[in-house]
Design a protein around this ligand. Sequence first.
Ligand code: PAF
Length: 282
Amino acid sequence: MKICRTIKEVKKEISRWKAAGETIGLVPTMGWLHEGHLSLIRNAKKGSDKVVVSIFVNPMQFGPGEDYDSYPRDLDRDAKLCKKKGVDLIFAPDVEEMYPEGFCSYVDMTALTGELCGKTRPIHFRGVQTVVNKLFNIVTPDNAYFGEKDAQQLAVIKRMVKDLNMNVKIMPCPIIREEDGLAKSSRNSYLSPEERRLAPIIHKALDMGRDMIKNGERDSGKVIKAISDMILSVGITRIDYVSIVDALSLKPVDRIEKDILCACAVYMGDSARLIDNFSLEI
Ligand code: PAF
């Protein structure tokens, strides 16, 4: 397994593979890999001849006061995991390599990013789209693998690829959970033992909301209130949002009549903000 720190090195390796007719799967990550990332890698191994994992904590997608500085980083640990899983190449650039002096071009969109996480993280998706676009241009993957935990990110990337006629297939992969239901996330490492004990309520509350809808409830407000009340009932005090949005437009719906995404973000303690969701076909 190769670890490349520069764009030039990656491009050289990719050209060799392409010349040999091999397909490339990209798993974009910010590192501190967990079982969720490893499942993306497993899918990539199944669907592509060569697998590239990018590891880059992208400053452009963090707003002021967010956890860019404290985001966990350990390239040696991640490299060992990748090697074990049969990854062919890690691309781990530094910030100057990705955003050299004078960098001033961005990818942005005029819809899909105004609700859910985009409300409290207004510059986040512009940063995600820009870095993912750069990674696609550098690695030129046939397939790129993204987790459904970041449902809004997945919707934004799918839209960007469609709108800009990008030559890559987006492969969504299911949420991977701990045994008690908590969605796996690099940010779970911020949780104190007590916060970790409480955190599975997020998934339980969403499951309860899903059951309400399956049993015929069509009033979003009632479902949102029930989910929020259940999360707050264990002593969690700060919910960023619980929302039910149209699965395609990501606009909030009052009545649940078409396919929806129900998503939430919950603050735990000072530093963790956990997200989770479910989608439902109506
Ligand atoms: O999901 C993530 O880890 C990041 O948002 C991504 C897609 C790697 C872009 O930095």
